[in-house]
Write a protein that binds this ligand. Structure first.
Ligand code: ATR
Length: 273
């Protein structure tokens, strides 16, 4: 049976096996999908061993995405832009192809929520790996402006300069931000510590869409905060997780699974509904 897995550390709580097993059932593909948690300095060896032993493809998550970028034989254009790899496929001619489906997953999830990206003014919070992966797919949707704000301003400036050729992207400090924005995407890891990015409440209004790439069984700190200040449309990263997985599954199997039912089952599994 064709074997796939996700590499991460820690990865025990990953939902990827659950999601891909449902995709396989739905599309009647024979495959198994497992977990691998190599020590941080043993990822390269573990990756090699997996493919030497007949593995067909894998996902890569924190903290290995940047390392995976350096270990594959060739990169998709979107992985090159993201500077990170979350999906690897062993092609029929034995080449390890590195891809990145995170940004496509974000855009697909935003669209499935009915969020309009074309001509919209987008605020992207954070300038780490998650922000970098999102930039090219967001700019491909032709927003009127994309503003990056980050605690460490120089990192936002670097990112804006790097992606400037793809569309109207600028960096501003949190203090410089001036509304209105149509969409705010939180790519920071602040919610992990229960913290908030230092965003002025005045930037939140009833018609704004709020997206937090993080997710949990209850609202993230950022989503709670945005609701408190009047945001009516809030979304967490669970849908992005399912959509990036669907994109990876499509890369591997050449068949696109449906995501709605899988997302519902995942929510049930997490106790969200
Ligand atoms: P990831 O790969 O998830 O993007 P990362 O590369 O470590 O992780 O980036 C984390 C991002 O969250 C950074 O933009 C970080 O800001 P700095 O560049 O200033 O470190 C941001 N971040 C983390 N905690 C934050 C907090 N409490 N408030 C605001 N931004 C925060």
């Amino acid at each position: 049976m064709d074997r796939y897995l996700v590499f991460g550390h820690p990865v025990r709580h990953s939902k990827s096996p659950f999601i891909h097993t449902l995709f396989a059932r739905q599309t009647q593909q024979e495959l198994e999908y497992g977990l691998a948690e190599p020590a941080v300095d043993e990822f390269a060896q573990a990756l090699r061993t997996f493919f030497d032993q007949g593995g067909k493809g894998c996902n890569v998550t924190v903290p290995f995405k940047e390392q995976a970028f350096t270990l594959v034989d060739c990169l998709s254009p979107r992985a090159k832009r993201a500077g990170a790899v979350n999906t690897i496929k062993l092609t029929d001619d034995g080449v390890l192809l590195g891809d990145n489906t995170d940004g496509a997953g974000l855009v697909a999830d935003l669209k499935s929520h009915g969020v309009t990206l074309a001509d919209s003014r987008i605020l992207l919070l954070g300038a780490g790996g998650a922000a970098r992966g999102a930039l090219a797919p967001l700019l491909a949707e032709l927003p009127s402006e994309l503003v990056i704000a980050n605690r460490t301003h120089t990192k936002a400036q670097q990112l804006a300069a790097e992606f400037h050729d793809l569309g109207p992207v600028i960096a501003q400090t949190y203090e410089q931000l001036a509304g209105p924005f149509d969409l705010v995407i939180n790519s920071t890891s602040a919610s992990l510590q229960g913290e908030l990015p230092p965003l002025a409440p005045a930037l939140i209004h009833t018609d704004i869409a709020i997206y937090d790439m993080m997710y949990g069984a209850s609202d993230t700190a950022f989503i709670s905060w945005a609701k408190q200040h009047g945001a009516r449309q809030t979304m967490d990263g669970l849908g992005m997780l399912v959509e990036q997985a669907a994109e990876a599954f499509t890369v591997w199997r050449g068949i696109r699974p449906g995501t709605k039912q899988v997302l519902r089952e995942l929510k049930r599994n997490l106790g969200v509904i």
